[in-house]
Ligand binder design. Structure first.
Ligand code: KIV
Length: 263
């Protein structure tokens, strides 16, 4: 595996039927764990707004917040491809805004690529950003920045539209596409009909790769989890138990003990 992973390596992985492992991260310590565990793509997602900032949607996340989190994430990554997620209104307004803000992710954040939400409707922006030599990952299906337009976080089932979106973003120059909240048979068809790697989240097992939100996978919060999330740990419970044990020992005068004092 080349170091760090490039977008061309991801094409090779698709052609060689090697699965692409992607996860989100938002800070140095977790990004280091992901990078040392063989994750191929580290996405600094705007899911930041929900799992780190405690909001109910991704809409309020700002460019400056994304740049800060991308910088402290990228600093830890030696091997994976770091992708910065362009937040709401950082690209929809014009091609100029899209290029400028995408460039900030590379210049200030240390990312190697950006992700934008939308299909055919943003293909002109994908083209503009890639023409500025910035690799773009597209994101179609359930796109959380359009939650008000979609009427909530809903599975997207319009097969013809999804296939057309996938072809348009490929044609516009995207190096990969996230398929979110799409029935598995449609995601399989899309994956087979385009040359760029598909990364699924709630899109079944036949995508070229998979991504999850790290805090969902680790059980770091007690928010509602969508059906597609598999929790591999319950770190929130472990953290709570550790903090309670510490508090109890401080209150009882048991910590610090002799072992943790300077003589
Ligand atoms: O913001 C995010 O974390 C994402 C992934 C879940 C694909 O867009």
């Amino acid at each position: 595996m080349p170091n760090p992973i490039t977008v061309t390596e991801l094409y090779k992985m698709k052609r060689g039927r090697e699965k692409i492992v992607a996860l989100t991260a938002y800070d140095y310590p977790f990004a280091k764990i992901l990078d040392e565990s063989g994750v191929h793509i580290v996405l600094v997602g705007d899911s930041l707004g929900m799992v780190v900032q405690g909001g109910t949607s991704t809409l309020p996340v700002t460019m400056d917040e994304m740049i800060y989190h991308t910088r402290i994430t990228a600093r830890a990554v030696q091997n994976a491809l770091v992708i910065g997620d362009m937040p709401f209104l950082s690209y929809q307004t014009s091609a100029e805004d899209a290029i400028y803000n995408a460039g900030r992710f590379l210049k200030e954040g240390g990312a190697a690529a950006v992700k934008i939400e939308g299909g055919a409707g943003v293909s002109h922006l994908i083209k503009a950003i890639t023409q500025a030599s910035i690799p773009v990952q597209a994101h179609i299906g359930l796109t959380p920045q359009s939650i008000h337009q979609m009427g909530g976080f809903k599975v997207q089932r319009d097969e013809a539209r999804l296939l057309a979106d996938a072809r348009e973003v490929e044609e516009a120059g995207a190096f990969s596409v996230v398929l979110e909240g799409i029935p598995a048979p449609i995601a399989k068809k899309i994956t087979e009909s385009i040359a760029i790697p598909t990364i699924g989240i709630g899109a079944g097992p036949d995508c070229d790769g998979q991504i999850l939100v790290l805090h969902d996978l680790l059980g770091l919060h007690d928010r509602h989890l969508p059906r597609f999330v598999k929790q591999y740990a319950k770190l929130g419970e472990q953290a709570r138990a550790a903090v309670k044990a510490y508090a109890a020992e401080v209150c009882a005068g048991k910590f610090p003990d002799e072992k943790h004092c300077y003589s």
